[in-house]
Design a protein. Structure first.
Length: 356
């Protein structure tokens, strides 16, 4: 078992149990609500057919009845819903394997899924690198080998994190699926179901983008290695393209959430990069609101209970991060309200001038 497949398969097994338990808990807790909603939907449809409040054709009535039956028999039953979910995920993995093979220029085995295919492609990449390192001196080969090992390890970690993150988000969506499936019963709330489905598709595109990126970069590496004669490759300059491809792939993996958002049209606030930026922003705001004194000493109790020359404790002028955030939000609300008033006054003046 490869590095990526080991991490991803272990995480997937745990997430499958979580999805099943969460789905079952939601259905059991809201079973009465779902039954009431289904009954209400049927009653409202019957009343509408009798009174023709909104005219419905026989075809529309039949479609609504089929939708209600599908929601009750498939959407709210884990055994049936899991079959549909596994079929969709299996199709996406199969497409990703095909894309990986087409872009990489190699046939990909279906065993092990997408993670196993990525491990095999990384193994092919390491084989090409070893052929380039073989004629180099022991010192140069050792340094470059350590650099490549570190880079490949970092790449495996990045790819595994992105795949596991997408699986975690999809598991969360599957866990709350009964709520949004039930909301699709009514015309006024079916938009929530469409948004939920759109977000699920968004995170399911992650494996496809990773497969295309990995296959493309590996094809570049293999194509470059074929242009060189391994017996005369004794210069570090010949090895630079391999490191360049690794750097390109690492940067591409970092920007995978942005690429997927551009493909699906969903601006995802939840992504590993967004989480890192959020933590960095939080740390920056905390340090800004509570700066560390320049003459602060690291001794126990020093700097926290300093007193001035008169023996009195210095005034506490610092604000907590929550107070600073609330103050900024209040000031921004004031600015927005003032701007709205100015715009309204400007429109009123324009209307008066037009009326004259």
């Amino acid at each position: 078992m490869g590095v990526i497949s080991g991490f991803v398969n272990s995480a997937q097994n745990q997430l499958n149990d979580v999805a099943a338990s969460a789905f079952g808990e939601v259905v059991s807790e809201l079973s009465t609500t779902f039954a009431t909603a289904a009954t209400l939907a049927v009653v409202l449809m019957g009343v509408n057919i009798l009174l023709q409040y909104r005219p419905m054709s026989p075809g529309a009535i039949l479609v609504n009845l089929i939708k209600l039956i599908a929601i009750i028999t498939i959407g709210l039953q884990w055994s049936e819903f899991n079959k549909v979910a596994m079929a969709v995920q299996g199709t996406i993995d199969s497409i990703a394997n095909t894309l990986l093979g087409n872009y990489g220029g190699h046939t990909v085995s279906s065993n092990g899924g997408l993670a196993g295919a990525m491990d095999s492609f990384l193994s092919a990449y390491k084989t090409q690198v070893n052929q380039m390192l073989a004629p180099m001196g022991w010192m140069t080969g050792a340094v470059m080998g350590a650099l490549v090992t570190f880079s490949v390890g970092l790449l495996c970690a990045a790819v595994a994190i992105v795949l596991i993150f997408a699986n975690i988000i999809v598991t969360i969506f599957i866990g709350v699926a009964p709520i949004f499936i039930a909301l699709s019963m009514f015309e006024a709330t079916k938009d929530y179901f469409y948004k939920w489905l759109h977000s699920c598709i968004h995170y399911m595109l992650y494996p496809l983008v990773i497969a295309v990126l990995l296959g493309s970069v590996l094809r570049l590496v293999i194509g470059y290695s074929k242009t060189l004669d391994a017996s005369v490759s004794q210069s570090i300059s010949d090895f630079i393209p391999f490191l360049t491809c690794l750097i390109i792939l690492l940067i591409s993996v970092i920007f995978i959430p942005t690429i997927v958002s551009a493909l699906s049209g969903v601006i995802a606030a939840a992504s590993p990069i967004a989480a890192a930026f959020a933590l960095a922003t939080l740390g920056k705001s905390v340090l800004k609101e509570n700066p560390i004194p320049k003459n602060f000493s690291g001794g126990a109790g020093q700097g926290l209970s300093r007193q001035n020359e008169n023996g009195a404790a210095p005034p506490n002028n610092t604000r907590s991060p929550n107070q600073g955030l609330a103050l900024r939000m209040y000031e921004r609300a004031e600015r927005l309200a003032k701007k709205q008033e100015e715009n309204a006054e400007r429109r009123n003046n324009k209307n008066r001038e037009d009326s004259k």
